[in-house]
Each structure stands twice: as C-alpha cells, then as structure tokens.
Design a protein around this ligand. Sequence first.
Ligand SMILES: [Zn+2]
Length: 184
Amino acid sequence: MNKVNLQSDECVIRKSSKVRHSGFMVSYKNELILTNLNIIYVKKGMFGRTKDVQTFPINQIKMYEGKPQVMLGKQKNGSPSLEIYFFNGQEIFGFKRKTEVVKWIRCINQVLCKEADSAATGQFAIPGTELIAETIKDTITSFKSILWNREKVSANCTACGAVITGYKGENIKCNYCDTFQKIQ
Ligand SMILES: [Zn+2]
C-alpha cells in the first residue's frame, strides 16, 4: 500500500511532517497522521512522493489506569521522540520539536479516553481491554499486599530492653547492644 486510504469513518485529528521512525540515518522527511482509528506513518521518497504507508491501530496501544502508554522520549542524538507502547511492541517516532510531541500525546490521550468512555457505555467494544484491566488490577492488589505485609513495628530488645523498630519478621540489630534478633 503506498497511498493513505482512510476508512469512511476515519477522520484526521493531527498531522505532522518532519517526522522519522526509529532508526539511524533516517531524515526527518516523513509524515505522521493521527486519526480517530490509527496512527499512520507515511514515508516520503524523492520529490515528496509517498513511498510507503504504515498503519498502527490506536486500539492496540496499551492502557494503564485509563491512560494510553504514550510518552515523550529522547532519541540518541538528544532530539525529542514520541514513544508509543503497543500490545506487540514499542514504536518510536522522532520529532524535531518537543512541543509537537507534547501535542501528539495530548491528542492521543483525548482520542483514546473518549473511546474508553464510549466503551463503558457499550457503544464500542475494544476486544481484550477488559481482560487486561483485570490483570493489571490483580497485579496491583498483590503488589500492595506485599507492601502491607511489610508492616513497620517496634518492640523491646530481647537483650537490653531498648526500643527497636523494623519491618515485621525482619532480622535486625539493636542499636544499643548490637544483639541480632527477629522483630515481631
Ligand atoms: Zn539491645
């Protein structure tokens, strides 16, 4: 495919030129287009002709706590980049200006948050989203419980009676008499 063909319900939200995809020695001559459905990378050849078109569906962007995993990064040469985490990998687009990346992040956020809202009201179904949200929630819950188990407690040193503090079950040394003991 070497032409940008938008679907009938696909609208352009943002378009930037002077973009490059990850890779060395690639000049900033390509285009990046955000629609309500896709991120489209348009490779330009000689005389600005379209050489290649790559499409990245935005419903494949990972979400965390309702926010798409899209962030401002830095390329090896120090220029800003737009980092997008898709279910099947990360894509990095190099930009010349940081402000442009920030605008892209804001737009992607707006589009995806709107979609998530409509998904909640049942207008759109995003396959797999619910399952992923559940998995993340479980992970957070178990992570929290690990933290909670490490409850900070204070007790009296078994040797000298001084107050000692530490995490429950931890082997600690009394500051006064240097006795090692398990704090409960
Ligand atoms: Zn002691």
